[in-house]
Structures are given as C-alpha cells and as structure tokens.
Write a protein that binds this ligand. Structure first.
Ligand SMILES: NC(=O)c1ccc[n+]([C@@H]2O[C@H](COP(=O)([O-])OP(=O)(O)OC[C@H]3O[C@@H](n4cnc5c(N)ncnc54)[C@H](OP(=O)(O)O)[C@@H]3O)[C@@H](O)[C@H]2O)c1
Length: 253
C-alpha cells in the first residue's frame, strides 16, 4: 500500500539498502510511484528482490537490483559505485539492512564486535561518504537510518554488541546531519521497537517471543509497514524542516 506522501517533482533516484528484508520491502512498497526509480539492494535473497521489482513495475516504478554483502570498506565502495553507475545521482538513501548475530555477551570476541559494528554503524557512514559528492551537486537530498530502541536499555544478554553498534549509528547519524545542514542534505533516523520479522524469530524461542511482546506498552509487536511509514515520511517533503532527528516507533517501549 502506498502512503501517498509527496516527493519532489523532479525524477528521484532512491536507494534502499536491505530492500529484500521485511522493513526494507515495506518501505519500497510505500515509496513506489511513477516519478521514482528505486535501487533495490539485497544480500542473499535475489528471488525476493526480483519479485519486489516486478511488483513495483506494476505501479510504473522502475526497480534496479543491486547485490552486495556490505561487510568491508571495499564492498561499500564497490556498492556505492555500482549504485551511481546504475541509477545516476542518488537523491535519497534509506538503510534498512543488517542482521543480528545472537551471541551471549560472555562469548563475544573481537570479530563479533567488528562485524556487528561494521554492519550496523560503519557501513552506513561509509556509503554516505562515497555518495556525498553527487548528493552535494544535486542538492536537496535525504538520508534515513534505521536504528533500534536497544541502545535505550543496552539490548538483551545476546544482543549487547548490536545495541552498542546501533548507539554508534545514532551518534554518527547526528554528526553527519550537522556536517551537511547548509548543503540541503537532510539526515534523520527511525528507532524501531520490536517488529515481527524473521530477524526476531532467528534469535528467540516461541516463549521468549511471547515474553518480549508482553513487555510492549501497546501490547503487540510492530508491523514492518509501521516502521516504513516513518521512514517514508522522513524522505518526503512533509519532513522538509526535520534534521538530525530520530523518531521512535516502538508502541510505547
Ligand atoms: N525487526 C525488528 O524488530 C527491528 C527492530 C529495530 C531495528 N531493526 C533493524 O531493521 C533492519 C532490518 O531488519 P528486518 O527486521 O527488516 O530484518 P530482515 O527481514 O531479516 O531483513 C534484513 C535485511 O538486511 C539484509 N542484510 C543481511 N546482511 C546484511 C549485511 N551484511 N549488510 C547489509 N544488509 C544485510 C538482508 O538481505 P538478504 O535478505 O537479501 O540477505 C535483508 O534485506 C536491521 O538493521 C535491524 O537492525 C529491526
């Protein structure tokens, strides 16, 4: 379902990192419209990305597939280069990618920390670094990051490293937003609560899931579309005076 938000009159190229995921694909469905071309990033799930491409084609929205494991400087540089090559100037960038490695904190080693920080914090800054020259030339561009409420309480015993990486992402997001205030680049974030997606099911038993959901003040898990709506809003003209903010969408959590 489209949310009918206003985008600029000019043709927009929007890059969605993690478009094959639950929240990323919900975002793509909400922003898909005729004057938008969307770069659909995926890691493993080519089939899902291809299906999404066909789905948005029915709305006269062109989707361009981009595969990458964003796990190193080189991978991020190659990804950004390929995105510019296939899409041209990126006017808007949304980060919805990343997995959780559920590891008890007592067992965390250097490589766990490095991989998690790279995936959830460093990669997003790296990609912006590479895209910024063309964004500066285009003016009026937007970036939206997807964080989590986990930094608020430090994550669980198996997600402490993930919570720390998301806290790093929020700080980096704020820093970047200040760097580019005068250049017409809006950079904001969404802090999602518990959303019922495969990512949550991978790390919790059925009982743990029920227990977690019971703690949410609104009494239910969030839906991917509810997170995507906030991201789509931040990418739209309705959010033209919002800069360096993080909107929490967490059912009161
Ligand atoms: N679900 C929640 O409760 C929740 C709450 C707060 C924040 N978030 C954040 O939301 C984002 C997406 O979560 P989701 O629930 O939509 O999960 P999901 O359905 O599992 O989607 C994860 C997405 O990330 C991609 N991905 C996997 N490894 C990656 C890597 N190394 N670099 C970049 N992208 C990678 C996946 O690609 P393939 O499928 O093609 O491999 C997929 O597109 C994550 O950043 C997560 O931290 C989720």
């Amino acid at each position: 379902m489209q949310c009918g938000l206003i985008y600029m009159n000019r043709k927009q190229n929007i890059l969605v990192v993690g478009a094959s995921g639950a929240i990323g694909s919900a975002l793509v469905r909400q922003i898909a419209q005729a004057n938008v071309r969307i770069g659909l990033h995926y890691c493993h799930n080519h089939e899902k990305a291809e299906m999404l491409k066909q789905e948005i084609a029915a709305l006269s929205c062109e989707g361009i597939l981009l595969q990458s494991f964003l796990d190193s400087d080189q991978a991020c540089a190659d990804f950004a280069e390929s995105a510019i090559h296939k899409l041209g100037t990126i006017h808007a960038l949304a980060f919805c990618g990343g997995k959780i490695d559920w590891i008890p904190w007592q067992q965390l080693d250097e490589s766990n920390w490095q991989q998690t920080f790279f995936q959830h914090c460093v990669a997003s800054v790296n990609i912006v670094q590479k895209l910024i020259p063309s964004m500066l030339a285009a003016h009026d561009c937007k970036v939206v990051y997807l964080s989590s409420i986990s930094p608020k309480y430090g994550g669980s015993a198996k997600t402490l490293h993930y919570a720390a990486a998301k806290a790093g992402l929020e700080t980096a997001m704020l820093g970047l937003s200040r760097q580019f205030c005068k250049d017409g680049i809006r950079i904001n974030g969404v802090r999602a609560g518990f959303v019922d997606t495969p990512l949550q099911h991978e790390g919790r038993s059925a009982e743990e899931l029920v227990e977690r959901v019971a703690k949410i003040p609104l009494g239910r898990a969030g839906k991917p579309e509810e997170i995507a709506s906030a991201m789509a809003y931040l990418l739209s003209e309705h959010a033209s005076y919002i800069q360096g903010e993080i909107i929490t969408v967490a059912g009161g959590d």
